[in-house]
Design a protein around this ligand. Structure first.
Ligand code: ADP
Ligand code: MG
Length: 381
């Protein structure tokens, strides 16, 4: 059954409408978002779907086909930031953020279902937030621009759920277009659609989900972030985004002998530059030429930012040795997924080689799937 039918069975009547919002993969631009820099995600075909009806009595009812348990009923006036440690915090947080921003949302019945794998770094949480935000925006006639919906979803995740995430995931889910990647400036949220139609060029992009999550990721993230802020302060700029690439060596020399800060700054500045190079190559129709830039990005995350792990390094190394055009870890690191760009005709060989390398190393077999640049959030019916 689809979400429309499930909604009817749960709530006793047909929903007012059905919406969808995708997960995302970041093509290039890692650990740049909290440095006011550039990112370049694209939407996956995997998406969250929501059947939703308005209510006028201050009640929010929530259900997910993917979670155990029945319908959860909440009173809008009782929504309290960081009070909910379960999945309902994501949709409830969106309702809370809309009301906090002064929008008269008076309740809803919501039934969700998602094909975005959770915890693989593909942003199942943003898909959930954005699908709810878009549904409520339309049902309540709010007419909010997509970028603003993304901001409200980020506020829901930061303030209500209590997870300190950037703006990329929600913007990707809300704003991406099919056959395109989204060039996003996280400083002012301006964005441009960049043609990225892999199938038309005989290419494929694989996501290799290593299914590992190394436990120390939270603290390590905080350390990197603090190191970037220190680098910006030492260089006298608001954010590392403001350090120009062409005079980088001179700026690194000014940082003195703080080797860690030098590495962090070098990654962020070169990574921003890599995003710009990928944009230029894609706009020039040179899609294959982005491969080496992706691999260069991986080396920078591995050696300078030091957020990779053996499973991700093995994926990149093996894929490239098996004929990929380029590969890199994607997402925050310490596990999660890698992406591999390859000729469509080579992907079977590459997938097999990566699987065999994981077996030989004694790792759990990775999950591999194709990432087709897909549409952003939309109404389905
Ligand atoms: P991700 O990288 O996938 O976004 P997060 O930890 O940020 O990982 O978000 C995952 C959380 O989002 C899940 O633990 C769950 O609370 C919520 N979530 C994701 N998909 C669903 C779903 N289909 N139904 C209910 N909750 C979901
Ligand atoms: Mg998330």
């Amino acid at each position: 059954m689809g979400v429309r039918e499930d909604f009817g069975a749960l709530y006793g009547e047909a929903p007012d409408g059905v919406w969808a919002a995708p997960g995302r993969v970041n093509l290039i631009g890692e650990h740049t978002d909290y440095n006011d820099g550039f990112v370049m995600p694209f939407a996956l075909p995997h998406r969250a779907t929501a059947a939703v009806s308005r209510r006028t009595d201050g009640v929010l009812r929530l259900h997910s086909a993917d979670m155990a348990g029945g319908v959860v009923e909440l009173a809008l006036d009782a929504l309290e930031p960081e009070s909910d440690r379960t999945w309902t915090a994501y949709p409830a947080g969106v309702v809370w953020a809309l009301r906090e921003a002064g929008h008269a949302v008076t309740g809803a019945d919501i039934h969700l279902s998602s094909t975005v794998p959770t915890g693989a770094g593909l942003s199942s949480s943003a898909a959930l937030e954005v699908v709810v935000a878009l549904a409520l925006d339309e049902l309540y006639g709010l007419g909010l621009p997509r970028a603003q919906l993304a901001r409200l979803c980020q506020r829901a995740e930061n303030a209500y759920v209590g997870a300190p995430t950037g703006i990329m995931d929600q913007t990707a889910s809300a704003c991406c277009e099919q056959g395109h990647a989204l060039f996003l400036d996280t400083r002012d949220l301006s964005h441009r659609q960049i043609p990225f139609d892999l199938a038309a060029e005989g290419l494929r992009l694989l996501v290799v989900d290593t299914q590992v999550k190394h436990a120390h990721s939270g603290g390590e993230y905080g350390k990197r972030r603090a190191g970037c802020e220190k680098g910006a302060a030492l260089l006298g700029v608001d954010a590392l985004r403001d350090v120009p690439h062409d005079t980088l060596d001179a700026d690194l020399a000014r940082l003195g002998d703080d080797e860690e800060v030098v590495r962090l700054v070098r990654h962020v500045v070169t990574e921003n530059h890599r995003v710009e190079r990928v944009v230029d190559l894609l706009r020039a129709g040179e899609t294959r030429a982005i491969g080496p830039v992706l691999t260069e990005g991986h080396a920078s995350l591995r050696d300078d930012f030091r957020v990779s792990c053996p499973e991700l390094d093995l994926t990149v190394e093996t894929a490239n040795a098996a004929g990929a055009l380029g590969a890199r870890m994607t997402g925050g690191g310490f596990g999660g997924s890698a992406i591999v760009l390859a000729e469509a005709t080579d992907t079977d060989t590459i997938t097999k080689a990566v699987g065999e390398a994981f077996t030989a190393a004694g790792y759990t077999a990775p999950r591999v799937f194709e990432a087709v640049p897909s549409a952003g959030a939309q109404r389905l019916s």
